[in-house]
Design a protein around this ligand. Structure first.
Ligand code: PHE
Length: 341
């Protein structure tokens, strides 16, 4: 048996050492050292050997096995090394291949317009403030003199978070936040996202407004008209005409909506201005005395004007974009086209 074992050992040693790759090496290991391998089969004969001789035989076999394992491990390391270095040699890194192209980021067209509007108001001394998107009933409605039964609170327009909080439906709550914490006089712009439950070619449930608030001791509607005319003529063109139409907002009195003459048809009437020759830009008015009361300012001392404008509407006119939804679909082919104004 010893001779038989020795010859299996020699055969196995020779066979393992001459394996040409890892797969062959592993197959050969199984053949000699596996459970059904030649050595294991031979070891089954141990049971026919007298009990007192078994330990020696056991030792003998274990030594053969561990020697073979060692040979196997050495060979395995050698072959892995060889295969790796061959692979490295073969797989040359081709530095001349062009890599994936990285796209340059750019500002969103809505951000470009907002930045431009802020630049235009800078020389008039306006600073910039922002407010939260989730607003309490107080800021979004109550302090703006919008009573509980007012239609603008309608569930169909307003996204309610709970009984007391909404996604702000306009940027006017920033008027209240500013009046509550800043000292007067003041001139601020408040740009940002607003939310209304509305969606079609000209409405998006999330859109943007820029709010303007100017407060001093002697402010009239003429100041409001002058400011908006100055701004709108710069934004569009010096020939642009501005029209104010009487309107109603609970937080301004008197209130107006303001339009620009249609830059596409020069007031002749086209599909963009719905044949009217004018395009509505936003709402405005003189700050309502109630708003000063709610924010604990002397309504007999302070006067002011406020205005809001829809940023998407301006972007649509300046960039000639036909559908508001294009701004928020994040199609790179669309977004790539916009450069700052
Ligand atoms: N907040 C009003 C709106 O969203 C616009 C507005 C702002 C009107 C400021 C008057 C003064 O329609």
């Amino acid at each position: 048996m010893k001779q038989k074992a020795q010859s299996i050992f020699e055969k196995a040693k020779e066979s393992l050492s001459s394996a040409k790759d890892l797969k062959i090496l592993y197959d050969r290991k199984v053949l000699y050292l596996g459970k059904k391998g030649e050595l294991s089969l031979l070891m089954k004969n141990l049971k026919n050997i007298p009990l007192e001789e078994r330990p020696q035989w056991g030792q003998f076999f274990n030594k053969l096995r561990s020697d073979l394992e060692e040979i196997y491990l050495k060979k395995q390391e050698e072959l892995s090394h060889k295969e790796l270095s061959e692979r490295i040699k073969k797989e040359k890194l081709d530095l001349s291949l062009s890599g994936p192209r990285l796209l340059n980021g750019s500002l969103h067209p809505i951000s470009l317009i907002i930045n431009h509007i802020m630049e235009l108001f800078k020389p008039l001394g306006y600073s910039v403030q922002t407010g939260p998107f989730v607003e309490s009933d107080w800021y979004n409605f109550e302090a703006l003199n919008i009573p509980p039964f007012h239609p603008s609170r309608d569930l169909q327009d307003t996204f309610y978070i709970n009984d007391d909080h909404v996604l702000r439906t306009h940027t006017s709550p920033v008027q209240i936040r500013v009046l509550e914490k800043e000292s007067l006089p003041i001139a601020v712009l408040a740009p940002g996202s607003v939310f209304r439950c509305d969606s079609d070619i000209s409405h998006s449930p999330m859109f943007h407004q820029v709010e303007g608030l100017f407060v001093d001791t002697k402010v009239s509607f003429a100041d409001l008209k002058g400011t908006l005319s100055f701004f709108l003529k710069q934004l569009f063109s010096p020939e642009t005409k501005i029209r104010f139409r009487p309107s109603y907002f609970p937080f301004t009195e008197p209130s107006a909506e303001y339009d620009i003459s249609c830059p596409f048809c020069k007031e002749k009437g086209c599909s963009i201005c719905k044949r009217s020759g004018w395009i509505e830009i936003g709402g405005c008015g003189l700050v309502h005395p109630k708003v000063f009361e709610f924010t604990k300012h002397d309504k007999n001392k302070w006067q002011g004007f406020a205005f809001g404008l829809g940023v998407e509407r301006i972007a649509i006119i300046l960039y000639g974009v036909p559908d508001i939804r294009l701004f928020f679909e994040n199609d790179m082919r669309f977004l790539k086209q916009f450069k700052s104004l």
